[in-house]
Structures are given as C-alpha cells and as structure tokens.
Design a binder for this molecule. Sequence first.
Ligand code: ADP
Ligand code: MG
Length: 277
Amino acid sequence: YSQLPRPERQRILTVANQKGGVGKTTTTVNLAAALSVHGLRVLVIDLDPQGNASTALGVDHRAGVPSSYEVLIGELALGEAVQSCPLNDNLFCVPATIDLAGAEIELVSLEQRESRLKAALVADSIRELELDYIIIDCPPSLGLLTLNAMVGATEVVIPIQCEYYALEGVGQLLRNIELVSAHLNTDLHISAILLTMYDARTKLAEQVATEVKQHFGEVVLRTSIPRSVKVSEAPGYGMTVIEYDPGSRGAMSYLDAGRELATRGVQKPTRMNGDAK
Ligand code: ADP
Ligand code: MG
C-alpha cells in the first residue's frame, strides 16, 4: 500500500446515523483499517454498547476490560483504555463493553454530561500515540453517547444505506448536527456522506444514490460501498474486510473511500437543513 498524506492537524471523525444497520460500524472499522494500512495512525473509539467495532477490530471487550465507559464517567484517562489492534502497529481501539449500556442514563446526572468525551480527548493522555485520525463509532440513537461523539469530533461522516427509506431520519440527524454546531461545538461539520450496501443490480440503489447526490452535492464521497458477503463475514473472524479479503470489492472500495477522505479538501454540503424526510 502506498503512503497517504498525514493531515496537518489530527482529524477527529464521528460516524453517525441514528438508524441501525446502515453500516456505521462497518464504515468505522474499515475506514480506520484503510487509513492505517496506508501508514496513518488511527484510533477507533467504540461508543456503541454492542461493541461491534471492538469485535471487528479483534480487541478484547469482555466485561471489566478498560473501556469507553470508564473514560466517559471519568474513572480512566483515554490512554488507559487503548488497546493495539492485531491488523498492524498503526491501529488502536478503545473498546466498548456491556457497561456502556447503562451510560446513557448514568451520564444524565454527571456534570458536563455532553462533553465528557471531549474532556478526555483534550486531556491528551494519548499524545504519544501520535494519531492522525480518531474515528468514533456511534450507537443507533441520538442520545447522550452520540452527543458526546459530536461534541468531541470536528467531522461527521454519515453512512447512508442504498435501500428504501434511506433518507428517513436524516433530516433529524442534520438538525441535531446543526444544533450541536450552533451551541456546543462550532467546529463540527459534515465532512462526508458515504453510500453503503450499494447493489448495482437494482434500480433502487441507483435511484437512492442519485437522490442523495442531488440533495447533498459534493459532500457525498464518489466511492460507494457495494453490498458484499465478504464485508459481512469479516467481523465473525474478528477482522476488517481489509484483512479478511484484501482483494475483494468491499476491501477495495473501503480503501478507495479512505484515500478520498484523506486527500480531498473540506467539502460543504449543498444543503444542511435539508428537507430530507
Ligand atoms: P450499524 O453500525 O449502522 O448498525 P453495521 O455496520 O453493523 O451497521 O451493518 C449492519 C449489517 O450489515 C451488519 O451485519 C454488516 O455486516 C452488514 N453490512 C454492512 N455493510 C455491508 C456491505 N457493504 N455488504 C454487506 N453487508 C454489509
Ligand atoms: Mg453499529
């Protein structure tokens, strides 16, 4: 793999969409893997109690393992919960354990409940990792965990599944992002929309892709991710598709998407407060 340019400043991305099953976790781990194999240093923070990103990255996330939960409630510094991933020396993960399931409620009574992750990030316990990218995987809701991700990040990546009701809920997501960027984190912007599970054989996928591109313009990555069995099989082996089957279409498309994200300038969506359904 060729080298990709290191960003001038560390980039912190959150992969968000409150719909479940649209490819958030798959996108998080495979983009992270794609950037890491090109020589960039990447940390994934798993903020979904399901811990699927931790599983796919092959890191231990059994109950009791230092995790994003302890970081959010302030028991551990971020650096104390970092694990190395088996893929290569550039890839790290702060796992999520089942403890995180109660965090949405526990956080409510804590001070600065929406900026706990931000506080952990600025505390700088991970400086020595010399990270180029931090990518945060969100749960399928717009609750406090996702809010913490949006306050801690500067960029949002939105995966959109090329299926019926693809844009359902996207309007609400955009309004939330606007609210966060107006009140809590003025740096926050949508840096990419990624079309996932694209099935070139169906008219529907093409229609969804066209609609999303018309609506959001240049912020949509040119690379879309095909529906591929290899992509869905990989997590079962504790791997990203980039390790599991590097030559597969799924792996190649995530490598392309990673390259696009790393090399293109900042894109602004044509419409933020979209009248998306
Ligand atoms: P989310 O994190 O948004 O809930 P996931 O990334 O877990 O979504 O994806 C949902 C399901 O779809 C998973 O079983 C995953 O393996 C599968 N999947 C995701 N992307 C693809 C793809 N490109 N091709 C085939 N299956 C996919
Ligand atoms: Mg997920």
